[in-house]
Design a protein around this ligand. Structure first.
Ligand SMILES: [Zn+2]
Length: 339
């Protein structure tokens, strides 16, 4: 038995699961049964009055950034669609038995991550997840500045309009009222995140443009960029340091520059989905090659309580902030103000 965080997920199941995937799904099932008994029924996309589209770069980004939000909306009957732009072929492999999958060895990580993503989506109760242009259409570009950025098949080298055209198909099919993606820096400067931002923003324009052929034009009413409020990140780091943890966010100073944070005043929206934090943690475990159970994410859950993962923040860049506000004056519902 590996180390697991405290809480309901740490309970030993009656019979030993046959695989890590099965273990994750069992946990997720019990979580979703508790909080979302109606999540089972899947309907035709347009039968759901509310539709949410998320555009991400690699498998695991959706869970880290939006996992609780996705589970909450899916459970309340919103149709949640995830589009992932690459298979994450260039990622690290944190599972010792699977290191041969790495890009510089067998190069089988992408296929493996397709399975991890599927398990994670099951854990979140999300049934509609797709890869932009189909699995393997765009390859992971690797970190900024690496030679992998120059591979002609990588996402960074893709023509933005051409890639956006593929996303337009999804937008016009799903007709989401709300779209979530990254800011122009892709959150932290990874080329695939920056490219996902460009492609998503371009696809929004093209989808609404009657001159762009195939399908009915569709105007997305509210567009959000993922955000980590500056004060939220600093406070989390301070508390880890106070608890004696010097390795999580190693080399970063809670009083210094935090380039991946968004200034507090730009963060418009906080989705409280703490009821779904266990589903999010189960989905994180599903991304086993990417997220170490003894790494920062789980350290944070142990040290700061699961709530830190249950509230996810956004910056509204199209549409009006509306509906209920939290104690910080932030909007609480991505669909606020929409019928
Ligand atoms: Zn990523």
């Amino acid at each position: 038995m590996t180390t697991m965080p405290d809480g309901p997920l740490a309970e030993e199941p009656e019979a030993r699961p046959s695989s890590p995937e099965e273990a994750v799904l069992r946990e997720a099932e019990s979580v979703l049964e508790d909080v979302a008994p109606e999540a089972e029924a899947s309907m035709d996309v347009l039968d759901s009055p509310r539709r949410l589209l998320l555009v991400h770069a690699h498998p695991d980004d959706e869970t880290i950034g939006n996992g609780a939000t996705m589970a909450r909306y899916a459970a309340s009957g919103t149709h949640v669609t995830l589009v992932t732009c690459t298979l994450g072929e260039e990622g690290e492999v944190l599972v010792p038995e699977l290191t041969a999958l790495a890009a510089d060895q067998e190069d089988g990580l992408g296929q493996h991550r397709v399975g991890e993503l599927a398990t994670a989506m099951e854990a979140l109760g999300v049934t509609d997840h797709r890869f932009l242009g189909g699995p393997g259409r765009f390859r992971d570009s690797g970190m900024m500045g690496l030679p992998t950025n120059d591979r002609p098949d990588c996402f960074w080298q893709a023509d933005v309009d051409e890639a956006a055209r593929l996303l337009v198909e999804v937008v016009r099919e799903v007709r989401p009222q709300v779209l979530v993606t990254y800011d122009e820096n892709g959150g932290y400067g990874h080329p695939d995140h920056i490219q996902a931002h460009r492609v998503a923003m371009r696809a929004l324009e093209m989808a609404a443009d009657p001159q762009v052929r195939d399908g009915e034009p569709w105007q997305v009413e509210k567009v959000y960029w993922n955000a980590i409020p500056d004060s939220w990140l600093r406070e989390g780091m301070r508390r880890l340091r106070e608890a004696g943890d010097e390795t999580t966010f190693e080399g970063m100073d809670p009083e210094g520059e935090l380039p991946m944070a968004t200034p507090d005043e730009l963060v418009t929206t906080a989705v409280d989905a703490t009821d779904f934090v266990d589903a999010k943690l189960a989905a994180m475990r599903a991304h086993a090659t990417q997220i170490a159970v003894d790494g920062p994410f789980f350290a944070l859950s142990n040290n700061l309580g699961n709530a830190v993962w249950g509230v996810e923040h956004y910056r509204l860049v199209r549409g009006e902030v509306a509906g209920d506000r939290d104690q910080n004056g932030r909007e609480t519902d991505l669909f606020g103000g929409l019928d």
